[in-house]
Design a protein around this ligand. Structure first.
Ligand code: BGC
Length: 754
């Protein structure tokens, strides 16, 4: 299906068309366009995933649709069903306004890519853009128009399960990843072929919930909002995203979904956002739960007045009361019209009036495209991070070793391999670590397997339990002691053991905060027993947040963080372990030693005792286990000749930084060169280091490359809490370039008053 939507050049024509429709709409129809329902079809006899009551029945939603009171649906992914519902909108409603279908396509649709935190660990923006364009292509092929992604919330507390959905702790990396994802999903503008509307979320500050407990209140100073939490949103808006989603929690005492300052002042006035804003699921109703709105009608009015255009509703939308609130003058019809126009314009831009239906015959062909699987493998290879590699245990010495014991239930779990936020993956196509190693080993090496322990369980039910495959089976016949011993014996008898540990995918994600970072269940016992056999051990970690690796990082030969690697994860792992590919991923967060370290970030300000920074706790070192940006390679890189083209600039000017990077190893490998700055003094005290540039490069053995970076106003400014404006101080800046946030090679320059 090809649509020919108007481009940005004829924004006037888009507006006129939307206005033409608006003039003919009743208040109920207008509010209908601002209403989005979950539509679960056959599973609708269940409780809603957030526990707010039974899901609405399909016939109730369809009746509302026929009345012209539904603007959008989410969770419809069967193209035949999409077309059936769209036909109701196009043929049975008075104004024939097409539906917009939205969905959570977070890290792939049929082809699943590594989870977002893993993709961020690739530091490869082209890759991220490419894989999200594939996700968009597949999703569009089944009739989806709009994706609730990327999640660009900065996460500095790994207890918060949604850390997995974002790009980690850093605003600079976070902004770059946000832009790459928006471009991948959406292209240059709303309405491109095989692309979707991209909706960054959750505006704003959601990642900073008290205690890392999902949905709990957030208290952030303006300083932190502007310098840390807003930059990825601003970057996504500059990249042209067509939508933004609100957040659930209270932000500084006002629920984000009722926060006029966020939407009217920051989003629209300051950044010029002209797309539409959707609430998070049921977040408008939640304004009552928060003790903010008096009742549902008050919640609807206050959300709309705050700048939320569309309500995402699981059932009984609060917006239903807007027509009568309008009649009683509780808000202006102009405000209502402005919101409706934004939604109609999105539909016009997407070409839905001309091409409302999806071509069912093409869906399978697009979903079956094998090039997508290849990209999934490459994405997994490039995202994995080698945390530790003592005595070059990796790559595996397959010339001398002939047997590998694969241990751990995660090694053979398709559901875990693809990770959370996946609903339509294909089991048969998914390659687990065990599958990948078996295929790679062929006849050369014997692969044996034992799970050793049961799958770990959550202590509480998950909101995703209603979706197939999400509840781990109880394994009633599993004999814990026998299986444990069998795994240890297998390891003892093998040349090398590959043990796959981490969190069951349902232990992380939304509504999956943890109060500890320990390996779940008996995993650490199993690891100790396997290491105790004396067989060299490679540990693969499946995770979306740092886990407590204090024991492992002292005793295990090699640790490779594979995240939840996606459909082709097993092939990627096999290629890395066998040395076909060198790992090149780097951590997008600081790895704490234990949960007591949280929050721990590399870009903290200095204290009055900087020399004692490592001894802030008397019972444990206060340095990270692994620093931000850390990641080893099967090679070595050397940085030299760091230089600047000018030693002094005026505020507002730029300078160029250059550095030589040499691959001193024996093979081709990738490196992520990272540039950090520090402002020595000024109107605020600024972090000891801040990432302000990076490049992922591939160098052959012995190759030297000169890299260039620009430092200019965007990199040197910060939002000044005292004057409440963006500021560039006249000061001295230190610059470091290297392979992680502890890089030593440095220089400095001056900024003079402009
Ligand atoms: C999540 C959003 C998601 C929405 C729709 C909410 O619970 O917070 O991130 O897009 O559900 O599935």
């Amino acid at each position: 299906m090809s649509s020919h939507p108007p481009t940005n050049d004829n924004a006037m024509a888009v507006r006129q068309r939307a206005e033409g429709l608006l003039r003919r709409m009743t208040p109920a129809e207008k509010v209908g366009q601002l209403t989005q329902y979950f539509y679960f079809g056959s599973v609708s006899d269940q409780e809603s995933p957030d526990g707010s009551g039974p899901l609405p029945q399909p016939d109730v939603i369809e009746a509302a649709l026929r009345r012209g009171e539904v603007g959008s649906l989410l969770f419809v992914t069967d193209p035949a069903e999409t077309n059936r519902l769209q036909r109701i909108a196009m043929e049975e409603t008075r104004l024939r306004i097409p539906l917009l279908f939205g969905f959570d396509v977070i890290h792939g649709y049929r082809t699943v890519f590594p989870v977002p935190i893993g993709m961020a660990a690739s530091w490869d923006m082209q890759l991220i853009e490419r894989v999200q364009s594939i996700a968009a292509r597949e999703a569009r092929a089944v009739g989806i128009h709009w994706v609730f992604a990327p999640m660009v919330d900065i996460a500095r507390d790994p207890r918060w399960g949604r850390m997995i959905e974002g790009a980690g702790e850093d605003p600079y990396l976070g902004a770059a990843v946000a832009v790459a994802q928006v471009r991948g999903f959406q292209g240059d503008a709303v309405g491109q072929k095989e692309r979707l509307i991209s909706g960054p979320k959750h505006f704003a500050g959601y990642g900073a919930s008290l205690g890392g407990r999902d949905y709990d209140e957030v208290n952030l100073s303006d300083y932190e909002l502007w310098n840390v939490h807003f930059p990825p949103f601003e970057a996504a808006i500059k990249a042209g995203c067509g939508n933004v989603m609100s957040a659930y929690m209270d932000l500084n005492g006002v629920p984000a979904t009722g926060n006029n300052w966020l939407f009217s002042q920051v989003l629209r006035k300051t950044w010029g956002f002209d797309g539409f804003v959707v609430s998070d699921a049921n977040a408008v109703r939640d304004l009552v739960t928060h003790g903010f709105a008096r009742d549902l009608s008050n919640a609807a009015v206050r959300a709309l007045n705050a700048g939320v255009d569309m309500e995402m509703a699981i059932a009984d939308p609060a917006f239903e009361s807007l027509p009568s609130a309008l009649e009683s003058g509780q808000f202006s019809e102009n405000d209502l019209n402005a919101s409706v126009l934004r939604v109609l314009e999105a539909k016009v831009r997407m070409g839905l009036f001309e091409n409302p239906y999806v071509d069912q015959s093409r869906a399978e062909e697009v979903l079956g495209d094998t090039r997508h699987r290849t990209e999934s493998r490459i994405a997994a290879e490039r995202s994995e991070v080698l945390l530790r590699n003592e005595q070059e245990l990796l790559p595996l010495n397959v010339h001398e070793w002939s047997s590998i014991a694969v241990i751990g239930p995660l090694a053979d779990s398709k559901r875990d391999t693809v990770g959370p936020w996946v609903f339509d993956f294909n089991q048969d196509e998914t390659i687990t670590v065990l599958d990948g190693l078996r295929e790679k080993a062929g006849d050369r090496v014997t692969i044996s397997y034992a799970p050793g322990i049961r799958r770990a369980h959550r202590a509480f039910p998950s909101m995703f339990d209603m979706f197939p495959g999400n509840i781990p089976d109880q394994q009633p016949d599993f004999d814990d002691d026998v299986e444990f011993q069998r795994a240890v014996k297998l390891a003892a008898d093998a040349d090398v053991a590959v043990i796959v540990l981490g969190e069951w995918q349902n232990m992380i994600g939304e509504n999956a905060s943890r109060s500890s970072l320990e390996l779940p269940g008996r995993q650490l016992d199993l690891l100790k027993a396997v290491v105790g056999t004396g067989t060299p051990v490679v540990m693969l970690l499946m995770n979306g947040r740092p886990l407590d690796l204090r024991w492992a990082s002292d005793h295990v030969g090699a640790i490779l963080d594979i995240w939840y690697p996606g459909s082709m994860g097993g092939h990627a792992v096999a290629n890395l372990l066998f040395g076909d590919v060198s790992p090149g991923g780097k951590l997008p967060f600081t790895w704490p030693r234990s949960v007591g370290h949280i929050p721990m970030i590399y870009s903290h300000t200095t204290s009055q005792q900087p020399e004692k920074q490592a001894h802030r706790y008397w019972d444990e070192e206060s340095t990270p286990l692994y620093p931000f940006g850390h990641g080893l390679i099967y090679a070595g890189f050397e940085y030299s000749r760091l230089s600047l083209d000018r030693s002094s600039i005026r505020a507002g000017e730029s300078l160029r930084v250059s550095v030589d990077v040499k691959n001193t190893g024996y093979r081709e490998a990738d490196e992520v060169a990272q540039l950090y700055i520090h402002q020595r003094y000024g109107a605020s005290s600024r972090p000891v280091r801040e990432l302000k540039g990076f490049q992922r490069i591939s160098l052959s053995a012995g190759e030297v490359r000169t890299l260039g970076f620009t430092l200019g106003p965007d990199e040197l400014r910060y939002w000044n809490a005292a004057s409440k404006v963006w500021t560039i101080d006249a000061t001295t800046f230190d610059v470091w370039v290297g392979g992680d946030s502890t890089a030593l090679l440095s220089t400095s320059f001056e900024v003079a008053d402009s």
